[in-house]
Design a protein around this ligand. Sequence first.
Ligand code: HEM
Length: 316
Amino acid sequence: MDKSSLDPALIEQLKKLQQKYAVMGQDLSSYLDGLLYSDYLTYWDYIHLDTLLSLQNPKTQFPDEKVFILYHQITELYFNLILWEIEQIAEKEGIEEPFFIARLDRIIRYFQLLENSFSVMVEGMEKDQFLKFRMSLLPASGFQSAQYRLIEICCTDMVNLVHVEFRESMMEYSDIEQQVSHLYWRSGATELASGKKTLTLQQFEEKYMKTFMDTGMKYRTKNLRKIYHENFPTSPEVIKRLRELDMLSNVLWPLAHLRSAGRYLHRDPDDIKATGGTNWQKYLPPRFQRIMFYPELWSAQEKEEWGKAAVAKAFS
Ligand code: HEM
């Protein structure tokens, strides 16, 4: 073939491109000019590495604060991946079982990674440093993770997130606003001494309550529990995965998290100051919260033993 002539396969590609652009009333030639002048893509630009690595800004001089910030950011990125999978499930028209299962498997994998990596917090920082730098971060807390709350809202019906005291009495068809007003975590973050809402909770509600309400309304017909009941109510493979997700999200991750609170805040009663004064020993343990996304998938005994370490292990 003459070196100056164009490969016929290339001409074919150009024709297809021309058609593609013509459909939108665009001139291919101008776009080819753009291609001529643009730079090659690099890894660091694509990943926005410089921006990513500019987002860790410790408030103190303690080196372990960087571990603390980075691990929270890593967790939020995984939360974002989980929400991304949930959104794809919720938006899928005519959803079929293999699609649902593949996405549930991804969500489960992300939660497993989060559970297994919590040792970065539990064992990966010096306690003395933690207790000092934590005081500079008040009243901020992981409690204010909006993505964590959004995952909960998208995984189940709002009634299952109501504080355990009121849950039984609130039927599934009760007003969503009423359910939102009794969300378990809203009564969890109260001051030890006065029983009043902590500043941590007040600020969180101010910033995000509208988002949570809107998401609750949007997902009341397409949260994971609804999708399961409407499409695959008897599928053993789906049920197996929903149980796994429930256990990871509401027992195993919370227990891994609780271990870090236990390690850093347990012994000295003064340490409780570092949490802004919440009664976290009474609030955080899954056996007290009793949050289950899919209560209908657990036996009476399994529910009774919810959050006990032995049960958690048996299902891990
Ligand atoms: C040394 C590490 C950590 C300690 C000591 C700790 C401690 C606590 C405490 C005491 C609470 C109760 C609320 C409060 O008093 O602020 C809490 C809540 C929470 N933290 Fe952490 N935390 C740690 C790491 C993390 C990480 C890495 C995340 C990931 C985003 C996280 C996410 C959460 C969430 C979502 C809640 C609310 C849980 C619920 O409402 O059931 N925490 N944490």
